[in-house]
Design a protein. Structure first.
Lengths: 284, 284
């Protein structure tokens, strides 16, 4: 039996933030402000970017390690306190110093009861292998008071086989902390990062909420384009401002009412079902 | 070693056609006219819709069977003749009467040398199981004089695991004959069918050319939205007119120059690769 979920739609928020590498206190303060603002607007689930406290563009391995923290470190403490005060769920990325001594590009989910799950990015982008060990565990699906929430990180979501796993495991909502580097986008087009989020939702009839950064860090600009897509693949809100758009990517808080129960029904027509119609025996 | 391919970009065409169920002669004539027009505009690969000769909305099983033909039937003969005259590759859908006596929703690829491959739709939509047996073989990848071309049909492309197979098998171009039923599309949005084609291309860094029908058949309207997406996921041409757009979906011939060699390089960054970065040991 699935766990009890709230029978009313819940507000989900994605926070498109500008953060700075090497300034964890300031970054945590920015995240706390964003969570408070989201809470004031009624959010019950809040998604923060990838590597929120540490920033992303590390100068070297030593810097990355110096900005990593245990899964029960200061970020977990802060987010748990915020979750308790505001009575909501937070998913965000952080640099994890594992008990095995390795550094991971991780995300955690906290609710009022504390840290519920940590996920380690399994598909590493660009220089990340210089700083992080890859994760080897599929995204956990956490039964929260608001629905079943899973998480993966940035480049992970470009692998539809990976997106499929938490969806098959019953996720209603996939939260995606991201730091999408800005790429050239043809005039009039939506960034592929946002398009890909739509298809991840569509292929699995689940909600997908992706929070990207904005601004520039040591010469790297971020795409922006944060979005919450519904189970039909269309945006419920977003994409947010993007690096390619007029004015560039800016800090934004996007909220959407999500009836997460809708994601329990994978029907795509009277006789079709996005999951049951799969033919896994033919895939490899 | 991959087969020799033309070293120049080739023009690929998708034909968005209005067809009529039960009128195979007229439909074949319409397809021939579209192929001739595409050839006149320089196309070397032409994609026709799903079930081009038969139409789609069958009244009953008997009608579907009566409109089916062997893989070496009149459609193969006509398309082979057209391919020889115009020196091009044709991919299109047809109702196949198998040598096993079953009826399949199939596509064939023909070139100057004749029929090169037949593919049977593996993921059946809506009432199709009433008319068709499902295929059980992955999409073949055919080395043509213009590059390696694979095909799948309509609903098949909504399963990213299925799209992955011909991509991993080296397809440069995935041709998708389709009959997407018209669905409600939010104002300002591109139909998810077209968005999904973009992501199929993006996830595999290959070209995807999808030809849909337009018009209405026994009360069913078709989406239109035919498109050729490049390996970066952005449309090279299209989406064509759609049922949700002003004026609805109309007959259109879309062409794009495709440098199919680009699809041989799966690099997504200096240190990343859309296929090599997969972690199949973790997928299930």
């Amino acid at each position: 039996m699935p766990p009890r979920v709230e029978t009313q739609p819940v507000s989900v928020a994605v926070c498109q933030l500008s953060l700075r590498v090497g300034e964890p206190e300031q970054n945590r303060a920015a995240a706390a402000a964003a969570v408070a603002q989201a809470a004031a607007r009624g959010a019950r689930v809040v998604v923060l970017p990838e590597l929120t406290p540490s920033g992303y563009v590390f100068a070297d391995r030593a810097e990355a390690r110096s900005l990593a923290e245990p899964a029960d470190g200061p970020t977990a403490a802060q987010w748990t306190a915020l979750a308790a005060v505001h009575r909501l769920v937070i998913v965000g990325g952080f640099a994890e110093l594992g008990t095995d001594g390795r550094v991971y590009n991780s995300a955690m989910l906290v609710d009022e009861s504390g840290r519920r799950a940590v996920y380690r990015k399994a598909h590493l982008w660009d220089a990340e292998p210089d700083f992080f060990a890859a994760g080897h565990e599929p995204p956990p699906v956490v039964a929260t008071g608001f629905g079943r929430v899973a998480m993966m990180i940035c480049y992970d979501v470009e692998f539809p086989e990976w997106v499929r796993l938490p969806a098959l495991d019953g996720a209603d909502l996939l939260a995606v902390p991201a730091n999408w580097p800005a790429e050239q986008v043809p005039v009039g087009e939506r960034p592929m990062m946002s398009v890909n989020v739509q298809t991840a939702a569509f292929a699995n009839r689940m909600f997908v909420a992706a929070a990207c950064r904005c601004g520039t860090e040591r010469g790297v600009s971020w795409t922006g384009g944060s979005m919450i897509a519904g189970p039909d693949g269309y945006p419920l809100v977003g994409p947010a401002s993007t690096a390619a758009g007029p004015g560039g990517a800016r800090e934004e808080l996007l909220l959407a009412r999500c009836d997460l129960r809708v994601a329990r029904d994978k029907a795509t027509g009277p006789r079709n079902d996005a999951h049951a119609d799969r033919r896994p025996g033919l895939y490899r």
